[in-house]
Design a protein around this ligand. Sequence first.
Ligand code: GTP
Ligand code: ZN
Length: 383
Amino acid sequence: MAKKKRGKQRTDFRKKYQGRVRQGDVTRTFRQGDVEKLADVVHGERVSGKGELTRKRTVNSPTIQQDEDGVTSSPDQSLIKGRVISVHGLRSKVLGEDGVFYECAIRQVLKSLSIEQRGVIVAGDRVFFRAESPADGMIESIDPRSGVISRTSRGRQHVIAANVDYLLIITSAAQPGLKPALIDRFLLTAEHCGVEPVIVINKLDLIDPVPLQPMIGVFASMGYRVLVTSAEDGTNVAYLRALLAGKQTALAGQSGVGKSSLLNAIEPGLGLAVSAVSQDNDKGRHTTTATTLIPLKGGGAVFDTPGIRQFQLWDIGSSEVSALMPDLRPYVSGCRYPNCLHLSEDGCAVKDAVADSRIDARRYDSYCHLIEELLSEEEATFR
Ligand SMILES: Nc1nc2c(ncn2[C@@H]2O[C@H](COP(=O)(O)OP(=O)(O)OP(=O)(O)O)[C@@H](O)[C@H]2O)c(=O)[nH]1
Ligand SMILES: [Zn+2]
């Protein structure tokens, strides 16, 4: 029922703005009556005529600028442009274009748009703010977001990071053991959010890499970049450092896989807390608790996110999954039934492709588990 209501809200919302407001991220968490105010404040998240996300244009100075759609980027020359580094309740730490860190509050009109008083501003947001001193800033507007990473938390969308180029999916070869199905889920999120995924298999020093080759080959053949690393002995750390330079990267991965260790390795002197993986459950200890943005010396920044233990997909319906999987996608149009879920239907081109190994059996298995999970969730929602 709750899902139906959200769907209706979205339809009305789109109709009102004639498809100009992008589906997804912050806009969905607002009441319908607030949408108009939001559109004034968040300068026009847009989709093109085909429903594709238009990349955000970067505004270099807080002067009045217009993009090709004629949207004003900054209304006031006294405003400072900045990037949100971290959010603590209703206060944010913002790195100004002038290189100074500012503590900022959120203007009331922005605050009142949020149902739960949270999620209005997230790490990575590009904002314009007013400040008398570094301790006393006021965020006046938020730039349109692109590349938003989110997950579901108690049935609600929780935006983890905004304006992201890469989703760095960090896993470990051992301690905790490799979970390819978890990689598959993060890949779906990356596809869904329109963010390029990079798969990292860390702790290479603990294992013989040869048995991993076939699985790595399957991911690579889909066009995904796969990197094996060791924060311990430095394998591929320089490569990772070069890859992330100048990019905005969100970290994803279970607790204990070595996210903080890898960051410390690529950015010496960072000094992020690292803790031993718990012996009893092999799951790490969730050392990292808040999402923060770490500016890199080589340019760009990394969002250090809390370890995500149970990753739930946001708003991906069972019927959408195969289109988000590059290995299944080419076969879908060959199925006899247009609404084929590729589970037990007759004339299923996906199952045929699995049978003669054109689709990797492990990937298909992962797909089936996911679909079963989503179907039971959808059934519960509409019951
Ligand atoms: N052998 C080995 N151990 C590693 C490697 N990378 C990290 N570790 C160890 O794994 C444990 C967890 O590392 P963290 O960097 O804290 O992991 P994390 O993913 O940031 O964990 P959370 O902050 O809980 O999400 C620590 O004991 C690290 O020393 C590696 O490449 N090889
Ligand atoms: Zn099918």
